[in-house]
Design a protein around this ligand. Structure first.
Ligand SMILES: Cc1cc2nc3c(=O)[nH]c(=O)nc-3n(C[C@H](O)[C@H](O)[C@H](O)COP(=O)(O)OP(=O)(O)OC[C@H]3O[C@@H](n4cnc5c(N)ncnc54)[C@H](O)[C@@H]3O)c2cc1C
Length: 450
């Protein structure tokens, strides 16, 4: 039995929990931290390199971000780049060419306008015509050996960090958290079943015993809401799990090729990426499918889904509003069809030809076991589907619950900085902001949070 008190217990050993462990150990006087992870390794689910698109989202190739959001995400992404400079072993951050590709007159006009609007914030991005695209990504520019007939334009760069193995980064955070004299206990196979509130502490029940904490941060992905609900928090929220699937083709692209987002479907634009784990393959995707479970490829969690959905009139109303929109409705049905084995490669090939015109269904292999699940949050008070992250931080409690869909891996250090400030304030401890800002934020404490 564990039965000992920690200053901070973090539930979830994904990228969010690992980043917070690092920030607390390096920049605060928190003395002891326990990380409780349900499975037998760090980053087993969404933060694993097989589960996500491995992209460092900087706001430059994500056309669904406003300029303001893009600038904030860029600063958060840059924290990872700065972290990489402080460690001796970098097996997580990589440079690949990247671009947003516009196809057809309308998209090209929109991209050109966006490129100029974003130029000051992203001075390294260049506007590429078909000939330049052909130099960087021949498979994108050519069809049947000739430049493709429709107009194409890209906003891209070749010498920036663009890909991250977030599983390796999680392990790096924990490894380096131990350099700082803080006591760190990583407890694997330790699913938190229950959290209880006492007068001056909390207790967490796990198969490895009971852990006591002065402060708890739950970064358990889609399961964070269930644990919050147990303590009476976040009852006005529901989780809508969106699974993403991918397809493999033999290595065809040299870097990341993103496409223009439809404003109504901001998580939906297809992209092609080099795979950091399967080096001989290019990965295409993701698709987006609502699944009635909270974890993608593990058994069970169906009942957890229903408990966290809390189906009622307000949730039905959100679904109804989504289905009323023709674009969204068609997209949802189309994504169900993507799961039908014979049909899916034919349908997906059609979509993916926007990126690689010569692609045929025979080139595609459904990537079995690849792709995680985004815990999108439904705000029942305002009856809307929230597309970004959600954090529950009840006043007068030493508790934080995080739900982090995309780009939650990119923003892990930014989120950790936010949470660390709350932790030290409530525990009466200190954070060395100046050192953190110098190390990770280029000397400017300019992280804005909504
Ligand atoms: C298809 C797809 C593509 C994506 N692409 C990108 C991308 O390119 N770039 C990007 O920045 N983001 C991307 N994301 C989002 C990114 O993967 C997530 O934001 C990020 O991994 C979330 O990390 P996390 O640590 O919060 O959650 P997770 O990685 O899900 O970790 C939560 C952990 O909590 C554990 N846990 C759950 N319940 C309990 C419990 N009761 N007790 C103990 N432990 C528990 C789980 O086992 C898990 O290890 C993508 C997501 C998907 C699905």
């Amino acid at each position: 039995m564990n039965n000992r008190m920690f200053d901070v217990v973090i539930v979830g050993g994904g990228i969010s929990g690992s980043a917070l462990t690092y920030i607390l150990s390096k920049y605060t006087d928190v003395k002891s931290i326990a990380i409780l992870e349900k499975y037998g390794s760090l980053a087993p689910l969404n933060s694993n390199a097989r589960a996500n698109s491995q992209t460092l989202h900087c706001g430059d190739i994500e056309t669904n971000y406003s300029l303001e959001k893009a600038i904030i995400v860029k600063r958060q992404a840059n924290m990872l780049v700065n972290y990489a400079k402080t460690v001796d072993k970098n097996d997580f951050l990589y440079k690949y060419p990247k671009m947003i590709l516009a196809v057809g007159d309308d998209e090209c006009a929109r991209l050109e306008q966006r490129h100029h609007q974003f130029a000051e914030a992203f001075p390294y991005m260049e506007l590429w015509d078909a000939e330049r695209i052909a130099e960087v990504e021949p498979a994108v520019a050519y069809k049947n050996g000739k430049l493709r007939p429709e107009k194409i334009l890209a906003s891209g760069c070749t010498d920036e960090y663009s890909a991250v193995n977030y599983g390796n980064l999680s392990r790096s955070f924990i490894h380096h958290a131990r350099d700082n004299g803080t006591e760190i206990q990583v407890s694997l196979s330790s699913e938190v079943k229950k959290i209880q509130r006492f007068d001056d502490h909390y207790e967490l029940t796990t198969p490895q015993g009971t852990f006591m904490a002065q402060f708890i941060v739950v970064s358990a992905g889609a399961h964070s809401l269930l644990l919050a609900n147990q303590l009476g928090h976040g009852l006005d929220l529901s989780i809508l799990p969106m699974a993403g699937s991918f397809y493999y083709i033999p290595k065809t692209l040299n870097g990341k090729v993103y496409t223009m987002q439809n404003d109504k479907l901001p998580f939906a634009a297809l992209h092609g990426d080099p795979d950091l784990v399967e080096l001989s393959k290019t990965r295409l995707g993701p698709t987006a499918l609502v699944l009635p479970k909270l974890e993608r490829y593990t058994g069970g969690t169906y009942w957890d889904f229903w408990k966290s959905l809390k189906l009622d009139r307000k949730v039905v109303r959100v679904f109804w509003d989504l289905m009323k929109d023709r674009t969204i409705r068609n997209y949802i049905f189309r994504n169900f069809a993507f799961e039908i084995p014979w049909l899916r490669t034919r349908m997906f090939a059609k979509d993916a030809q926007k990126i690689i015109p010569d692609l045929t269904p025979a080139d595609l292999e459904y990537a079995n076991g690849i792709g995680g699940l985004r815990p999108q949050v439904i705000d029942k008070t305002h009856m809307v589907l929230k597309l970004g992250e959600a954090s529950i931080n009840p006043e007068n409690e030493n508790l934080i619950f995080n739900m982090t869909p995309s780009p939650g891996a990119t923003t892990c250090l930014g989120n950790a900085y936010r949470d660390a400030q709350i932790v030290v304030e409530r525990l009466g401890l200190n954070i060395d902001k100046e050192r953190l800002v110098n190390d990770l934020l280029d000397g400017e404490d300019l992280l804005f949070f909504k």
